[in-house]
Design a protein around this ligand. Structure first.
Ligand code: PEP
Ligand code: MG
Length: 765
């Protein structure tokens, strides 16, 4: 593709990004494409799934009155052919083609050449883009590749515009708030009915939600104050740089100051405020408009000023947010929404007041999701199309079992979901009887169930639900709650609480596992490929002072309790364990000397998360006392699928035969060396896969407290011989969906249907 075409492409995408509605986006697209390609006609047809028809949504060249009034069934016409084949159709004489369908309303019979390109989004046809010429001539390969690239780029934009504008673009608008449905990935099951509250990162223009101004004159005042502050700030920057920068290099500051002149940006922002927007939203609208204008300029210098403009916008916003006292209070029915919500941001909120969480990013095993699961908050992540900024205070239903989010749900749907909520409360009540039962199969095999902890609430719930120990204490969670690395004594007190609540029971404390999606607010690790980067033991061995203060705190906390086990995360090589063991031994000797007490030496284990460990159990076994599988990361690395990326969430599965086979062999290997092996990833908390893990012979299964009762119930109902048969059958299957169906079928036919997630609870209207 030529540079000129690339430029055109970029311009079209930028212009569409700033359009306010789907219809406007499509208009822009057809006009720009027909101009750039010098074609007589450019039209876009979108698929109306409900009626299985391609509807003409925009055209340049055909009869404009046909827009919205002409449609073809998916089996009709050349447009239908492009949709059916999911590939390009390039014809020099379209009217002669057997599939050509003459639609008198369009006046297209005079056009001979036809090039139709499918607009695909996530493997599904969303529409067809067509260009036509009177001249009977094939379109060139260059034209094809231009349109293919354009459609690939634009499919996401269309999907988004589609979602933002109106999910049902084919229905006539009415005065009722628009009901919309969005699909994401289920992070933590449950149902919530409530209103959205946006959690947006500070000084991020793109994240500012749309909100009506409560008091226009107050918003105008806030703006005046913010503009004056930014002017002062830039003026003093300019003064400071007098000696360091040349006059031309400081020219930007005067450009900024001119932009802040009352007649420039401020007057435009004020117009938006007078139209009813709150000041922050008005700044976003005006800056976006200018960015779009700049981006279209042919002049490179001006194009590059886009980032300066953004910077100016951020500065104004920062002052406005500083003065913002309108933070909405959380209520019992608050549904927290945002693009990305960090674990730290989540746990800082009054978590008992969050009815549900919905984010556009993240995936099933992102760290925040694991914490939300522990807290029992229904969570849906990876809802990529959710127009977050437009949903402030909007009514929604979150069906986290199915990963669905309903905006402005109709009354019938609300009533049905209220009923389902009641049924779920009943199921939870029934599960309560398992709090005091042991996890023993009907044929008498006992399985040890441990709890994963991090917050104190996990400990309390773990004890209440009869956990036999802590299989994974995620020590990074208290680190995330602070504004700096906690000191040794501070850590000792935290660890003591964990150990003493489970006195006489084993508590496995993992050393600091940060990096990848586990960021500390005060120690951000920015890396291109963070899942493969500086994380877990790689980080702590590079910071022995942090490692040692943690080990020393754990050892001191264990005095008199003697139930401490230490677990090393993200181990890749034997040398890492040797180094860690050296530090552990050194700290153990030193703390005993300092405290003048004998401290029982903790058992030391490693996490099996990196596939290399699977192949070196013989070398690790003599060094350690136990193994613990982190199936969340192990699945990520075995399948090479980012556990946080919603785009590939369908490829990430702990029921994948490769994962099941690796785990089966691992258990055998560990037992060959007489080493206990447990599993503490989310796989252990899924009743379906827990049965397979039990059959593999894992010594303990450790899970979030919210899953213990369900898993215990499953164990109490599935005899070991059945579990072994299910495992054998699963190991012979070649894809995860078949494994899942097999397990679901067994559960549904053995009185355990309510344990099957995503059961057929879909509420349709
Ligand atoms: C895992 O990877 O499975 C695990 C338990 O650790 P985390 O989810 O905290 O990375
Ligand atoms: Mg892990």
């Amino acid at each position: 593709m030529s540079n000129m075409q690339l430029d055109t492409l970029r311009r079209i995408v930028q212009e569409i990004n700033t359009s306010v509605s789907l219809h406007e986006s499509l208009e822009i697209m057809v006009n720009q494409v027909s101009e750039a390609m010098h074609v007589d006609v450019c039209s876009i047809y979108l698929l109306d799934e409900r009626n299985q028809r391609f509807v003409l949504m925009a055209t340049k060249g055909l009869n404009p009155n046909a827009v919205g009034n002409v449609s073809l069934h998916t089996s009709e016409g050349l447009v239908g052919l492009v949709g059916q084949r999911e590939e390009i159709v390039n014809l020099d004489n379209a009217p002669k083609h057997e599939r050509f369908l003459y639609l008198p309303e369009t006046g297209e019979e005079i056009y001979n050449s036809f090039l139709g390109v499918p607009v695909m989004y996530r493997r599904k046809v969303m529409g067809v883009l067509v260009v036509q010429n009177k001249e009977p001539q094939d379109f060139s390969e260059a034209a094809e590749s231009f349109l293919v690239t354009l459609c690939a780029q634009l499919s996401g934009v269309i999907a988004h515009a589609h979602a933002v504008g109106n999910i049902d673009v084919f229905r006539k608008p009415n005065s009722l708030p628009t009901y919309k449905t969005f699909q994401g990935v289920s992070g933590s099951g449950g149902i919530a009915i409530g209103r959205a509250i946006i959690l947006y990162p500070p000084a991020d223009l793109a994240a500012v939600p749309d909100r009506e101004a409560d008091d226009i004159s107050e918003e105008l005042q806030l703006l005046d104050h913010a503009i004056a502050s930014v002017r002062d700030e830039i003026q003093s920057l300019d003064d400071k740089m007098q000696d360091a920068l040349m006059a031309e290099e400081r020219a930007l500051f005067s450009v900024f100051l001119r932009m802040l002149d009352e007649n420039a940006l401020p007057s435009e922002i004020k117009t938006e405020i007078r139209d009813g927007h709150w000041a922050q939203g008005a700044v976003r609208i005006v800056i976006d408009k200018h960015i779009a204008l700049f981006a279209q300029m042919e002049d490179d210098y001006l194009r590059e000023r886009v980032s300066d403009l953004k910077d100016l916008g951020r500065r104004i916003l920062a002052y406005l947010q500083e003065a913002d006292s309108s933070h909405r209070e959380l209520t019992d029915e608050s549904i927290l929404i945002g693009d990305e919500i960090s674990t730290a941001a989540l746990v800082e909120l009054p978590v008992d007041k969050i009815a549900a969480i919905v984010t556009t990013e993240g995936a099933m095993n992102s760290h925040m999701v694991i914490v939300a699961r522990a807290l029992g908050i229904p969570t849906v992540v990876g809802v990529t199309e959710l127009p977050v900024s437009t949903l402030d205070d909007v009514e929604m239903i979150v069906d986290a079992h199915q990963g669905r989010v309903f905006i402005n749900p109709p009354r019938r749907m609300r009533t049905r979901y209220k009923e389902i909520q009641k049924e779920e409360e009943q199921i939870a009540k029934d599960l309560k009887q398992y709090e005091t039962k042991d996890a023993i199969t009907p044929d008498g095999v006992a399985v040890k169930l441990y709890v994963n902890t991090g917050l104190m609430i996990d400990v309390v719930r773990g004890v209440q639900r009869g956990a036999k120990g802590v299989g994974l204490y995620r020590s990074e969670i208290p680190f995330m709650l602070r504004e700096r690395f906690p000191g040794e004594e501070e850590q000792r007190a935290i660890y003591r609480q964990q150990l003493s609540h489970f006195a006489n029971k084993p508590v496995v404390m993992r050393t600091l596992d940060i990096g990848a999606d586990k960021d500390l607010p005060y120690f951000s690790i920015e890396e291109e490929n963070s899942a493969l980067g500086w994380r877990g033991i790689r980080f702590t061995l590079d910071h022995p002072e942090i490692f040692s203060s943690q080990i020393r705190a754990m050892l001191k906390a264990s005095i008199g309790l003697n139930n401490l086990h230490i677990l090393l995360p993200m181990v890749t090589s034997v040398s890492e364990v040797e180094e860690a063991l050296y530090l552990l031994e050194r700290d153990w000797v030193a703390v005993q000397e300092e405290e003048q007490v004998k401290i029982t030496k903790p058992k030391i284990g490693i996490m099996v998360e990196v596939p290399s460990v699977l192949l070196q159990i013989d070398e690790f076994a003599p060094l350690v006392d136990f193994f613990s599988v982190g199936s969340n990361d192990l699945t990520q690395y075995l399948l090479a699928v980012d556990r946080n990326n919603p785009r590939v969430a369908n490829v990430y599965s702990h029921s994948h035969p490769a994962v099941l086979r690796a785990l089966t062999r691992l258990v055998q290997e560990c037992h060959k060396y007489d080493k206990p092996v447990s599993i503490c990833g989310e796989m252990a908390g899924d009743p379906l896969t827990a049965i397979l893990l039990m059959a593999m012979g894992f010594n303990t299964l450790s899970m979030s407290s919210s899953n213990i009762l369900r898993v215990r119930k499953a164990i109490c109902h599935v005899p070991m011989p059945d579990a072994k048969v299910l495992l054998d059958q699963s190991l012979q299957m070649n894809n995860p969906l078949m494994v899942k169906s097999l397990l679901e079928y067994y559960f549904k036919t053995h009185g355990l249907g309510d344990m099957v997630k995503n059961s057929s609870r879909a509420v349709s209207l």
